[in-house]
Design a protein. Sequence first.
Lengths: 337, 337
Amino acid sequence: MASIKEVAEAAGVSTATVSRVLSNGQHVRPEVRRRVMEAVEKLGYRPNLVARSLRSQQSNTIGLIVSDIRNPFFTSISRAVEDIAYAQGFTVLLCNTDEDVNKEAIYLQLMRDTNVAGIIFSPTRQTAASLAQQRFDFPIVMVDRTAPDFEADAVLLDNVEAAYRLTTHLINNGFGRIGAIFGETSLTGLERQQGYEQALRQHNVPVVPEYIRHTQPRVESGKAAASALLRLPQQPDALLTSNSLTLEGALQAIRAAHLSMPADIALAGFDETPWTVLVQPAITIISQPTYEIGKIAAELLIQRIAEPSRPPRQVMLRGQLRARGSSTRSLVKREIS
Amino acid sequence: MASIKEVAEAAGVSTATVSRVLSNGQHVRPEVRRRVMEAVEKLGYRPNLVARSLRSQQSNTIGLIVSDIRNPFFTSISRAVEDIAYAQGFTVLLCNTDEDVNKEAIYLQLMRDTNVAGIIFSPTRQTAASLAQQRFDFPIVMVDRTAPDFEADAVLLDNVEAAYRLTTHLINNGFGRIGAIFGETSLTGLERQQGYEQALRQHNVPVVPEYIRHTQPRVESGKAAASALLRLPQQPDALLTSNSLTLEGALQAIRAAHLSMPADIALAGFDETPWTVLVQPAITIISQPTYEIGKIAAELLIQRIAEPSRPPRQVMLRGQLRARGSSTRSLVKREIS
DNA sequence: TTGTAGGCGTTATCAC
DNA sequence: GTGATAACGCCTACAA
């Protein structure tokens, strides 16, 4: 790889002039500029971004720290972040934490060690709690989850409202014993539990602690939790889960128990995935604008990089209730008749 | 962020000594080592990786260039790559190309500009064809797709064999008019088409050009292609697709046409996804060990980084046929009776 | 308008 | 065993 020095020699100028031609382009004689450009062309010169980063103390790399890229919610966000990053000349460092506090810490350190321009982060509750005490020399945009006392840009869903709406939908469709599975490590899970409980109270449906489970956001965990709920002496007549992975597990559990939806058991959850409308009956969910969330997060971050002192913005989005056969008795009747 | 210089001052030694303590650890008096470590601790010193990379002309970053992280095949590979990378102290740069030759070129340039340790790449046929002419100062591991005349490590599926087996399975189940949808930009699609045609010929089933479609690996493209096939005067009695995105689109098209599987039309494709076993009937597929593919690719790359001159290895894996209700008439009969 | 020179933070070579 | 010092490639005051 040719360096700026070699270009300078080839063009018979100093490295400063080459640099000027390539950056500002100001204050250079056309003739000299031409010579430089020719040399650049001939040598196939490209500025070394590592050297540039060392010199400028910044970079065009965005860190994206999520719990698991295989969670469709984060898959979609990642794609959006990468799209925006690419369009703006940034690059994306992908980090999976598995909801593991230790990995989160290691990756945050890595970000410090590499001059990242900023990060997009979806932390566990535990790490979120300590964020306010830490110092960062780069901006952080929170996605999906906030951190207490930590002033930062954020893109969030109104989780309490969404879960309230989803639960109310189940109640309105005649379901009263609603088993629920929430993520145990994220604030999101907690907020959705709040919305769930609010809805129950509001409609005078008893809150049964046994019906509430907390798990990792994984298919097997969801299946295990759902199976346990289905084995309860007083079996729930509906299942609600707080993400698409546990929803998938819950559906597997329902199938394994040979129960029919929604006659034996209703099912509802969060996040649109390919299969929610391909299975029969289709599954009721709260859909989140995942691509939009990632897009906004990346835009907020890039704006903040450009203008570090602007006031933090929190973008709060609403989920869309997609009522479908898995939880709507009337629809099923219609299908049968 | 404290620099090595500040640590040196605090410990009353030179930067060279600090560097020695932190890297080799050789040839340093215990007493001095202790002082240095104390200073490191006290100042919270962490080596700046950008400076290190500039100096050493290498880095711990692996580039991962795929067409779309949302394709479950690549999602899983990405996760595996990141896992291995993390375990070995590497970091992953995520790049989506959308099968766009231009984006591929830009990302390859970026890799050159940033001292990456190596890349894992799944190129379009067009870019693959030009790979042999290019010079790279970092190793490349190919996943899913090879490049002609380009000697490199690779992790591949025996696509011809897999498609042959899948097609034969359809033929053996009594399907003779098999519409097929292949990826148009990848070698993979081409190879699977070969296997498909071989199977037809072998079993004296006519190869009907109209039944063969080429599309982008996207849901909508798959749906459109499948819809077109279903509108043919001589409607196919089976649909075969070459990836999970087009498979999803094909299923949508079948549903939209109110056809029943497999009575009206059979369906089969590639890649295990959550929904293939959740829909009814379950979908017949060739399953690829996606996580394994990513894992092996990352391992090959890291080994090559450590030993640049080792002979290239090509790992060829076989797909597993998962025969299910969408293509097996006997199974369906059993279900009905 | 152009060149010189210093420094970003490391590591490695060479003296001592 | 330890310390100067010189790069790695780039950018940017400052001088000319």
